[in-house]
Design a protein around this ligand. Structure first.
Ligand code: ATP
Ligand code: MG
Length: 650
């Protein structure tokens, strides 16, 4: 079984790592649990405080009432920009990889300080004050990071909405967070596609009196309509302002941003993060999990519109003074070698991406990878979904040449930063497992009756005891929903919504959302495990597994599978039979799918996650779109119609 395969940290890497052995990890972990104030106090000392905090964490806090570094005052923009500009002004802060292959722009810490200062003055001129919310709907251009940091500089709260969402989804988010200023661009570029943004904003804010100003960055120069009195070109506004903007020192618990979850399980929630704890946690996890240090070039290929981008493109790396890459394009433009071209051109040392991107690249084979040297890479990371063991191996063996540790990082929008992941120099990995908790993190597995499962070799609902600095503080404007969503199912604990197994060695394996953990004839099966078994078959590119009501077994298993084009000529029945056999052999006969649907695409959120709740409805024979829930975050809604047609036919 995959459970017993151990991949130790590559020795050459481990030697020079920040944490070099399991024993060292364990000692630090113990200290973080036994003496959280001491442990986090030391980490917080890497951050500049305008006024020292009174207490590391609020010892009297009730679950769901969370406060860290109380009484402290600081500013995130100062920590990420000014203090580095003072010492290393010429170091690149942001390396922007434009959509056009081979085109880059370097922004030093000195440049960034100027740009952020000017931007912050623009916001002030538009009446933005401390605590006001600003909506950012921008593509991956430097203005996006500058806008976030400019908000932070004046104590305003940003709400970044991924620049791919529809007008309705954007409008809903602008209204929910009550944003008076929206920052956007004429268009975005994603590979060969131009993505109109300004027209989307126009539709989103039509008739909304609450939106006073729309600031528009020019990316492509496309003609757009400008509404007089409301819309202004960002460049003109910036040109009016000086670069010096005084810093607004804020309380540790003042809000830094609102960010809506990806919506793969339901209506997106406006997750609110505050200042001190979030910054300390983003910086600390970035340093340890990626073994980050001065001189690193951190290439996180996510969009800054997701929490991954917030914490590991912008705040974590910049707080640590590490150069960060902003990648405007997509992994397959102009071909599947694009990531590795960026790596070679910029000498990137850390690469952080998602299983969905890796699956797409693996499909194109090794050649586009081997064409590039990739010798600058030290650490490889993944986030967003369970990574299939086969994909993990490919990442490790081919992309990293067996030289670079792979860190599979489990976390959520709500957790602010990574919670379960291997420290790259210290922890032996098991492909497909996020391995062990980060410092200060206490994972618990709880059964459906609320009993905490002790010991190893157990599976249940993944919960967290206590708090960690990066934990979300509330859902914007709805604290009752925050408590109900995360703290009521298992009183006293934060409930993640994910199912998880702790194996005989104490390693954590995320089995999928608890809604996706199947109970087949009394056996608990993780959808992730079945999907990995399917992906291990040479014909399969991607698979999504869901349960459906079954009269005998309780739940039956339905697999939606995308196959490689080379297998198009195969007999469909035969192929489905081969795939069933594959799962039977890899896991057990119990896990054999009852139905296999060979589909062309899967319904995914714009962050690349499969929306299994829709697939569940379809598998249950319920084709009425009104039962699919909030689909505003779907990347390609047409995929759903295709699957429905296929399911009806089959
Ligand atoms: P919503 O909460 O609205 O349904 P979402 O959960 O998809 O949206 P995110 O906060 O972006 O939004 O995603 C967090 C989830 O992603 C986790 O709860 C988990 O299910 C999954 N996930 C993230 N990283 C990993 C990982 N390394 N392994 C397995 N699952 C992961
Ligand atoms: Mg979630």
């Amino acid at each position: 079984m995959s459970e017993s395969i151990l991949v130790p940290p590559p020795p050459a890497f481990a030697q020079g790592a920040l944490v070099t052995s399991y024993a060292a990890y364990e000692a630090l972990y113990r200290r973080s649990i036994d003496e959280p104030a001491g442990f986090w106090g030391e980490e917080a000392a890497r951050i500049a405080w305008h006024r020292p905090y009174d207490a590391v964490c609020d010892a009297h806090a009730r679950p769901g009432e969370i406060a860290w570094f109380t009484g402290g005052r600081l500013n995130v923009s100062y920590n990420c920009v000014d203090r580095h500009a003072a010492v290393t002004p010429d170091r690149p802060a942001i390396l922007w990889a434009r959509n056009e292959p081979g085109e880059y722009e370097t922004i030093t810490f000195r440049d960034l300080q100027e740009r952020v200062g000017r931007f912050a003055n623009v916001l002030r001129a538009h009446g933005v004050k401390k605590g006001d919310r600003v909506c950012i709907y921008l593509p991956m251009i430097p203005e996006l990071a500058c806008a976030m940091l400019a908000c932070a500089r004046i104590g305003a709260v940003h709400s970044v909405v991924f620049a791919g969402f529809s007008a309705d989804a954007l409008r809903e988010r602008i209204l929910d967070a009550d944003c008076a200023v929206v920052i956007t661009a004429d268009e975005g570029l994603r590979g060969a596609k131009r993505v109109p943004l300004k027209p989307v904003v126009d539709a989103a804010v039509a008739g909304l009196e609450s939106v006073r100003s729309v600031l528009v960055a020019r990316r492509t120069g496309a003609a757009v309509q400008m509404v007089p009195g409301r819309d202004l070109w960002l460049a003109d506004e910036l040109a009016r302002q000086r670069a010096t903007c005084p810093i607004e020192w804020v309380d540790s618990e003042d809000p830094l941003f609102v960010l809506y979850t990806s919506g793969s399980t339901g209506k997106p929630k406006g997750v609110l993060h505050t200042t001190g704890g979030y910054l300390v946690y983003a910086a600390t996890t970035h340093r340890y999990v990626f073994d980050a240090r001065e001189g690193d070039i951190h290439f996180c290929a996510a969009d800054a519109g997701w929490i991954t981008g917030h914490s590991y493109i912008v705040y974590g790396p910049l707080a640590n003074g590490v150069t960060t890459v902003m990648f405007e394009s997509i992994p397959t433009y102009p071909d599947a070698g694009r990531y590795w071209q960026v790596v070679d051109d910029l000498r990137a040392t850390i690469v952080y991406t998602a299983p969905t991107a890796l699956r797409a690249l693996l499909r194109e084979g090794d050649e586009p990878v081997r064409k590039y040297r990739r010798d600058s890479i030290r650490v490889l990371g993944t986030v967003g979904e369970p990574i299939n063991p086969d994909v993990w191996r490919w990442y490790f063996d081919v992309v990293g040449d067996g030289r670079c540790p792979v860190v599979d990082t489990w976390w959520q929008t709500e957790t602010g930063g990574i919670l379960i992941a291997p420290l790259p120099g210290a922890i032996a990995c098991k492909p497909g497992s996020a391995t062990l908790p980060f410092f200060g993190v206490r994972p618990l597995l709880i059964d459906d009756d609320g009993k905490v499962l002790e010991g190893n070799d157990v599976a249940g609902n993944l919960c967290l005891a206590g708090s960690w600095p990066g934990q979300a503080r509330t859902i914007y404007g709805d604290h009752a929903r925050f408590l109900a969503t995360y703290f009521s199912r298992f009183p006293g604990y934060y409930f993640t919504g994910d199912g998880c197994r702790r194996d005989a060695d104490g390693y954590y394996w995320i089995t999928g959302r608890v809604d996706d953990v199947l109970n087949v004839a009394g056996h608990r099966l993780g959808t992730a495990e079945i999907e990995s078994a399917l992906v291990a078959h040479e014909a399969v590119v991607e698979a999504a597994v869901v349960g459906f009501p079954h009269s005998l077994k309780g739940q039956g298993i339905c697999a939606y599978v995308i196959t490689r084009p080379e297998f198009d000529a195969w007999d469909r029945e035969e192929l489905a039979g081969a795939l069933k056999e594959q799962v039977r052999k890899a896991i057990s006969p119990i896990a054999t799918p009852d139905r296999i649907l060979l589909v062309r695409g899967l319904p995914k959120t714009r962050s690349g996650k499969i929306m299994r709740r829709i697939l569940r409805r379809i598998a249950a024979g319920d084709f009425d779109p009104s039962g699919f829930g909030d689909t505003s975050t779907l990347a390609e809604p047409a995929v759903v119609d295709e699957i429905v047609a296929l399911a009806r036919g089959g």
